[in-house]
Design a protein around this ligand. Structure first.
Ligand code: S3P
Length: 443
């Protein structure tokens, strides 16, 4: 446990960049390992989640090294060149790592044993096991489809067409990765669009991916199986989900202005920024460009007076990881913010809906949870703060409440900040460099 306290800061200012995108980093390691030749990755997130994926891909036969200048080189084994891992693969805190790699393994004729930390061992894996069993894999999991589990990949994998029962980029990606080593066409139909990093990167490595849009807004993504994946170079954008913390903290602290350079602004990831603008945030994307197949921009944020808004359920997949920090922004806004369609928050690194509600209540914020809707009553003034937050092994809950502490009337303590390193190594130093007052709690 690493308890941290965040005291009231005066203002935040400066230019910064945040670590690489977590979703893009996992995918780069996986696809680079399946390609023929050497892929070079610049800006890979060196957070624990991604390092676990690198370790898993090494255990499956890829050669992955970090160069002195911080680039990562992957010598891939080629599709169907994976080796059976000699030991259990431990994914730590990472739902993305384990689910994507389960997908990949489903169409390889080998057996692997997978596990994770206490948070990951509570999370549902049946959502990926189910379609992967249709591909021909066998999955033996604990009760409720939980880790640890064993997966026996199919010797003769089948291409499937799968309609997502939950809006999940992880499930979509697992099915597409399974389709890589299956003959014929694998399709995923998603009623609500989710982040499309897998589709973009599959194309970048030379796979054929077709995307059709139905009149009702559903998307059908079709991958042609058994492609020749050729090594590729990738420049990983800054993670918009990490940029959200300095961005929201700067909005809340009067006199602040920060510029976050090189942030990924894939439209399927920018729901938070859209919502903050609706709340009145002075927030602009400058210098928009494309890097490694992903749109990128510099994000300029100035302190702003925020008002409560309604956040529609349809927007949830485009900001699914940002509700903890949006809830913090809402606590400072004038009026009520209502967030709909939050059911998926119950199965993230923690029950995030519960963790947010409990944390906000402990910081003097009025709120109500009804089903999958969260309503927060802002008064337009800083909340009291002063709470001791249970972060529940959840990096984003920890960072969100540290951001709240920066602008609240009394410091906020978070019981454990150790998981922050899963997605945002260097968070405390970076925030303090902008003017925050985050410190370890004296024992
Ligand atoms: C991710 C998808 C999201 C998100 C997670 C990363 C990905 O999960 O919460 O942090 O990289 O595909 P779901 O797809 O399960 O919603």
């Amino acid at each position: 446990m690493t308890p941290l306290t965040s005291g009231t800061a005066t203002r935040l200012s400066g230019r910064l960049s945040v670590p690489g995108d977590k979703s893009v980093s996992h995918r780069a390691l996986i696809l680079g390992s399946l390609a023929i030749g050497r892929s070079r990755i610049r800006g890979l997130l060196e957070g624990e989640d991604v390092l676990r994926t690198a370790a898993a891909m090494r255990a499956l036969g890829a050669t992955i090294t970090r160069t002195e200048d911080g680039d990562w080189h992957i010598d891939g084994v080629g599709l169907s060149g994976l080796a059976e891992p000699a030991d259990v693969l431990d994914f730590g805190n990472s739902g993305t790592g384990v689910r994507l790699i389960m997908g990949m393994l489903a169409s390889h004729d080998l057996t692997a044993f997978l596990t994770g930390d206490a948070s990951l061992r509570r999370r549902p894996m049946a959502r990926v096991a189910l379609p992967l069993e249709r591909v021909g894999a066998r999955v033996m999991a604990r009760n409720g489809g939980r880790l640890p589990l064993a997966i026996i990949g199919a010797a003769s994998p089948l291409p499937i067409a799968y309609r997502l029962p939950v809006p999940s980029a992880q499930v979509k990606s697992a099915v597409l990765l399974a389709g890589l080593n299956a003959p014929g066409e694998t399709s995923v139909i998603e009623p609500q669009p989710t982040r499309d990093h897998s589709e973009r990167m599959l194309r970048h490595f030379g796979a054929e991916v077709a995307i059709e849009e139905a009149p009702d807004g559903a998307r059908r993504i079709t991958l042609k199986g058994q492609p020749e994946l050729a090594a590729a170079d990738i420049s990983v954008p800054g993670d918009p989900s990490s940029a959200a913390f300095p961005a929201v903290a700067a909005l809340l602290l009067p006199g602040s202005e920060v510029v976050i350079e090189g942030v990924g602004v894939n439209p399927l990831r920018t729901g938070l920024y859209e919502t903050l603008r609706e709340m009145g945030a002075d927030l602009a994307f400058a210098n928009e460009r494309v890097a490694g197949g992903e749109p990128v921009a510099d994000l300029r944020v100035r302190a702003s007076v925020l008002s409560g808004v309604e956040v529609p359920a349809e927007r949830a997949p485009r900001m699914i990881d940002e509700y903890p920090v949006l809830a913090v922004a809402a606590a400072f806004a004038r009026g009520r913010t209502v967030m709909h369609g939050l059911a998926e928050l119950r199965v993230k690194e923690s029950d995030r809906l519960g963790a947010i509600a409990q944390g906000l209540a402990g910081c003097g914020v009025r709120l109500a949870v009804a089903g999958d809707t969260l309503a927060i009553e802002g008064t337009g003034a800083p909340p009291s703060g002063g709470g001791r937050i249970a972060a529940k092994l959840d990096h984003r809950v920890a960072m969100a409440f540290l951001a709240l502490g920066m602008a609240a009337r009394a410091p906020v303590e978070v019981d454990d900040g150790s998981t922050i390193a899963t997605s945002f190594p260097g968070f405390v130093a970076l925030m303090n460099g902008l003017g925050a007052q985050i410190a370890p709690v004296a024992p």
